[in-house]
Each structure stands twice: as structure tokens, then as C-alpha cells.
Design a protein around this ligand. Structure first.
Ligand SMILES: [Fe+2]
Length: 254
């Protein structure tokens, strides 16, 4: 009997598995991870204005993640891929526990460091996502990556591959910069609000990288598929590089 289509198929060959593994590692030499923003963030502490520019835009971008992953879920028909994507979404949404929702864990970190920098009214300000302080590049990143994830299965696979392979290192780089502020905290408090980084670098993002390769591998059947996936992967990374470069420029010009 033919497979009924709607049943998960565990075993599929992945003809482009090796090429996808090579492609996923391209992020390490890309400007999405190698840019002036990360250099500055790790080099010295930010002042209030710099921290405001950085976190308002970063929060807006991270806030858009669950919607983008949901778009990818509906673009990809393969059920095993959908299960992997759902696993990723469940992590982002805190496994049903509100306080563990990643965007709220991020909000706790921003609120904490903002108050250490003397920005007592900042919490209210950055949560207004329609705020003019969200830059055009951030809005462009959100709309373009949503478009990638809803354009078709290979575009969605390429975007997910870039998102997840970039994500782990992004959090590691941001954590390294956060250590510049360690003497503003009691040791336990520093690590308590550092939860935002630990939850990603410790477990979630490692699994998401493997999941993204499985999803891409299962859906990529032809060289044409691989080409679309590759273009989407680089497009996503290029958008990330522009996002960070604009934040750096706005900080440097300020
Ligand atoms: Fe996350």
C-alpha cells in the first residue's frame, strides 16, 4: 500500500545532506557573525543611548521569531519536518510556561541591565513595538524573512538553516559582551538574568541546529531545490548583517 502522505515517514534518503552540512558552516565566515557591532559590544560597555538603540531593535527582531517559525511550519509539508519545527516553537514558547517564553526571558535581561545603567523608565519604552525607535532595517528584516518563510518549502528551509546556525553563535557573542557588566551585579544575580543566554547556548540552539539540517536534508530533493535553499540561506544572513551594521552605524553616529 502506498504511503498515505499524511503519515510521518521516518526514513528518507537525504541526497544533499553533505552539501547542506557544508553550507550550514558558512555562517562562521559571514558578516552576520563577523561585524563591527559584535566587536564593539565585546570591547566595552554601552552607554544608555547605545543600549537603547541595540535592545529596542534586537527585542523587536527576537519578538518576531515565533511568527516566522510558524510561517515556515505551514510552508513545509513533510510531517517529520513539521514535528522538528514544532519542537523549536515549543522551546521559543517556554514549553507552555509563560515565564520561560524566550522573549520574556529576554525582556527580563534587558530590564535588568537597563536598570543597572540607570534607565528606570526604559522597560515600558522598548516594549512598544510600534515605536519609531525600531529602525527601518529591523522592520525590513522582519518583513523579508517572513516572506522567505512563506514563499515555499525550500526558501523556508534555507531561512531556518541560517536562523539556527547563526542563533547559537549570536547568543555566545552577546553573552561575552554581557560579561563587561559583571561587576554591576552580585554574582548570583548576574547569572540569574544571564538565563537568556544559558537557555540558548546550553541546549536549545544546539538542538535547533541539528533540527534545521534534518529539515533541509529531508526536503531538498534536486539540485534546483538546493539552489533555492542556498539563496534563501545567504539572503537571511545578508539581512542579519545589515541589521547589525545599521545598529552599529546608529551607535557610532550618535
Ligand atoms: Fe530563543
Amino acid at each position: 500500500m502506498d504511503n498515505l502522505g499524511f503519515l510521518p515517514i521516518s526514513d528518507v534518503n537525504m541526497p544533499f545532506e553533505a552539501e547542506i552540512n557544508v553550507l550550514s558552516n558558512e555562517v562562521f565566515s559571514h558578516g552576520a557573525l563577523n561585524n563591527k557591532f559584535y566587536d564593539l559590544w565585546r570591547e566595552r560597555r554601552f552607554n544608555k543611548d547605545e543600549f537603547r538603540i541595540f535592545t529596542i531593535n534586537y527585542f523587536a527582531r527576537v519578538h518576531a521569531t515565533t511568527h516566522r517559525i510558524s510561517l515556515a511550519l505551514t510552508s513545509i509539508d513533510d510531517w517529520v519536518s513539521r514535528i522538528e519545527i514544532l519542537n523549536n516553537l515549543t522551546d521559543e514558547l517556554g514549553h507552555g510556561s509563560r515565564e520561560n517564553v524566550h522573549v520574556l526571558v529576554l525582556a527580563r535581561w534587558i530590564d535588568s541591565l537597563g536598570s543597572k545603567l540607570g534607565m528606570d523608565d526604559f522597560s515600558v519604552e522598548y516594549k512598544k513595538l510600534g515605536d519609531q525607535l525600531i529602525s527601518d532595517k529591523t522592520k525590513f528584516f522582519i518583513s523579508e524573512t517572513n516572506e522567505l518563510c512563506s514563499s515555499g518549502p525550500m526558501q523556508a528551509c534555507g531561512a531556518l538553516l541560517a536562523q539556527e546556525w547563526h542563533g547559537y553563535s549570536q547568543l555566545a557573542l552577546l553573552y561575552e559582551g554581557f560579561r563587561n557588566y559583571i561587576d554591576l551585579y552580585e554574582l548570583d544575580d548576574f547569572h540569574d538574568v544571564g538565563e537568556y543566554f544559558y537557555v540558548h547556548v546550553g541546549k536549545a540552539e544546539k538542538e535547533h541546529k541539528i533540527q534545521a539540517n534534518i529539515i533541509a536534508g529531508r526536503n531538498c530533493r534536486t539540485s534546483e531545490d538546493f539552489e533555492i535553499l542556498k539563496q534563501s540561506y545567504y539572503r537571511y544572513l545578508d539581512l542579519l548583517e545589515s541589521f547589525w551594521c545599521e545598529i552599529y552605524d546608529n551607535i557610532a553616529l550618535d
